[in-house]
Write a protein that binds this ligand. Structure first.
Ligand code: PRX
Length: 654
């Protein structure tokens, strides 16, 4: 569709909520006014109505030490109790919590009663392995029910978990384990990826080798029956230790502000940031948003969030939100095209999925594969669709609604971050008249603005500025693990300490909708995954042949952005063309993980720098995106760009 056809098609569509949906939806127009009138009272009500407290709180928000927030001060609760036990106590033990679908076709149905038993056994096992309240536990597991049980077991004990995505390398694992000083690692022998067993335990062995490690025990789930090395005294099998435990375990109430988890994410420097979240505020907003934004009705819906639990989306919208609400969901281990390109739709049909939450990059991939693939399946159960991780282009939005959403399902384009913990800007199903491509407006209880360079609020349509959040919110990050200064500096200094600086560009349209325009810092968004240019640059320069490296995120039709690297080789290092490029790509995969592999690496004689020595990434992005190179007047040596362009065309992806 041309842009013109697309806009006229959009203009003809009626995207106001259907009366049926409006009548049934959890979200209402009235919520906006209620939250606006008294935000703290609003959030107090959400916390009391949605969660079960061991002890009620005395104060909703303590912002006296801003930007270090305390929510629900004086309250006590247990997150695992809220996610499992209370549903069983309420008589819903037979309700399915997880419809697990393994990549190879193995399935497991886990009811809330079984999940409670699994969580209790895992909590008893972790206790036997020496885990106490406050200790950190690293989790490096595939998308299997044990991952969910382990996270909740940690929550039950008050031992913050740090989940590390299974696609990260041993080196990335080592940095994260050491930074969090994890006492125990829970992993598996391997995971199923595209029909093959991909190893996990060897990466843990490598990450713990060498220098002193904080890790005392490694608990290993048998998933792929692969041979693994074994360190006696340190390594134990899940089947030996967890299976024999009692299903009884009394959850200890935690303080509202007790740390629940640490999750590492990429920032603008090479070192990943350990974003940490605490118990009550996080759980409140997770449950609230899953209810009003995804519109989950636990008695009738089958919900499916396709994210990996290694990312924040999996934390909030597979584990904590839906389970706190007592929802039934699908948990899928594999990739969308194994064993065939209709796998997701086959699963959606099988379980009669009614709410699907995924990323634009997946939708664009399905568009490439063709609408005839989902058309083979009965997707009539789908009634709400969600999108997360990057802006969704209107074309993908329309395809998603038409081919997956029966041409009727509302799409909630949800903007949020690892740091925000839960959804912040999104339409509400049954309430909002939708605007494809825009996340529209802050949900009830959340306040945002768009500021110009000088910190003045912008309101004119199309004026581009920086997105900020103007009030604290319950699921906000409480800091960067071990680095309070970096927290203040990164998020609360660009526009003073009253504004949370999100790092995203944004604008309003003439209807007052917010449009997110991508990162304004050196963070890239590849397939909805956050990667830092600095982190990949430092991986590249750690290779003996590389003297200098610059990385940019170039626009990519499917993945949103793609990693493109420019490298200068060391004197004496031989440029073997494709072999060099391949070696460097593999080196990045080894240092960080396959997700960070550059799509393209160009070996160049020089990098464009300002007189003060700063690399001008803007110009490199022009090259990477095949555009005419912009203004070069601030370059120390303006012939550099000619040199770089002459060398172009080498180092394309394989
Ligand atoms: O740039 C925004 C983009 O993803 C960033 C946050 O990445 P991460 O912490 O990994 O969390 C991803 C999942 C919540 C944001 O700063 N982003 C996320 N959702 C959207 C988005 N950009 C535009 N529209 C969205 N719906």
């Amino acid at each position: 569709m041309t842009d013109e056809n697309l806009s006229s098609h959009l203009a003809e569509l009626d995207l106001s909520p259907s009366p049926e949906l409006a009548a049934e939806a959890n979200g209402t127009e009235a919520l906006y006014a209620e939250a606006e009138a008294d935000p703290e009272a609003f959030w107090a009500k959400q916390a009391r109505e949605r969660l079960t407290w061991a002890k009620d709180f005395d104060q909703t928000l303590d912002w006296s030490e801003a930007p270090f927030a305390k929510w629900y001060v004086g309250g006590q609760l247990n997150a695992a109790y809220n996610c499992v036990d209370r549903h069983v106590e309420a008589g819903n033990g037979d309700r399915v919590a997880l419809h697990f679908e393994g990549e190879g076709g193995d399935t497991r149905t886990v009811t809330y009663a079984q999940l409670k038993d699994d969580v209790c056994k895992a909590a008893n096992a972790l206790t036997e392995l020496g885990v106490e309240k406050g200790d950190r536990v690293a989790i490096y597991l595939p998308m299997i029910p044990e991952a969910v049980a382990t996270m909740l077991a940690c929550a039950r004990l008050g031992a913050p978990h740090s989940v590390i995505f299974g696609g990260f390398s041993a080196e990335a694992l080592r940095t994260r384990i050491n930074d969090a000083e994890a006492k125990v690692v829970v992993t598996a022998d391997g995971q199923w990826r595209r029909g093959k067993a991909a190893p996990l335990k060897p990466a843990v062995d490598e990450a713990l080798a060498g220098d002193a490690t904080p890790v005392e025990k490694v608990l290993v789930v048998k998933r792929t029956e692969s041979d693994v090395d074994w360190t006696e005294g340190r390594d134990v099998w899940w089947s030996d230790v967890v299976d024999r435990q009692s299903t009884e375990h009394t959850p200890e109430p935690m303080d509202s502000e007790h740390p629940l988890f640490i999750l590492y994410t990429s920032g603008t420097t090479g070192k990943p940031k350990g974003i940490f979240h605490t118990t009550a505020g996080y759980l409140t907003q997770a449950a609230y948003t899953n209810s009003v934004v995804h519109d989950v009705h636990p008695e009738t819906d089958v919900y499916w969030c396709t994210a990996d639990i290694g990312w924040v989306t999996g934390h909030t919208y597979i584990v904590y939100g839906p389970l706190a609400n007592g929802a039934t969901q699908v948990l899928y281990e594999g990739t969308p095209d194994t064993p065939h390109q209709g796998r997701w739709w086959e699963i959606a049909q099988k379980y009669k999925v009614s709410i699907l939450y995924t990323a634009p990059t997946a939708i664009r991939t399905f568009m490439k594969w063709g609408a005839d693939i989902p058309a083979k399946y009965d997707l009539s159960s789908i009634r709400v669709l969600g999108s997360v991780g990057e802006p969704i282009n209107p074309e993908a939005w329309l395809w998603y609604r038409k081919n997956i959403g029966n041409d009727t399902a509302p799409i909630v384009d949800t903007w949020w971050q690892t740091e925000t913990g839960a959804i912040m800007i999104s339409p509400l199903p049954g309430v909002t008249t939708l605007e494809p491509g825009s996340a529209q407006k802050p949900i009830p209880g959340i306040s945002a603005e768009i500021l110009d360079d000088d910190g003045k609020p912008l309101t004119d349509p199309e004026a581009v500025g920086y997105l900020v959040l103007t009030k604290p919110w319950p699921s906000m990050l409480r800091g960067i693990w071990g680095d309070p200064e970096r927290y203040k500096e990164t998020y609360w200094s660009r526009f003073g300490d009253k504004y949370y600086f999100a790092g995203d560009g944004a604008k309003y349209d003439d209807k007052g909708n917010i449009w997110l325009l991508g990162r304004v810092d050196d963070v890239m968004n590849v397939s909805g995954h956050r990667l830092s240019t600095a982190e990949i640059e430092s991986a590249l320069v750690s290779h003996p042949s590389v003297a200098e490296a610059a990385v940019v995120g170039a626009t990519d039709e499917t993945t949103g952005q793609a990693v493109v690297a420019f490298v200068i080789l060391r004197g004496g290092a031989q440029d073997d063309g494709d072999a060099t490029v391949q070696e460097l790509r593999n080196h990045v995969a080894k240092e960080i993980g396959p997700i960070a592999k550059p799509r393209q690496i160009m070996v160049v004689p020089e990098l464009p720098k300002t007189r003060s020595g700063k690399i001008m990434r803007r110009l490199l992005r022009d090259v990477a995106e095949n555009r005419e190179v912009g203004d070069v007047t601030t370059l120390a040596d303006d012939s550099v760009m000619n040199l770089i362009q002459q060398g172009m065309g080498s180092g394309k992806e394989d």
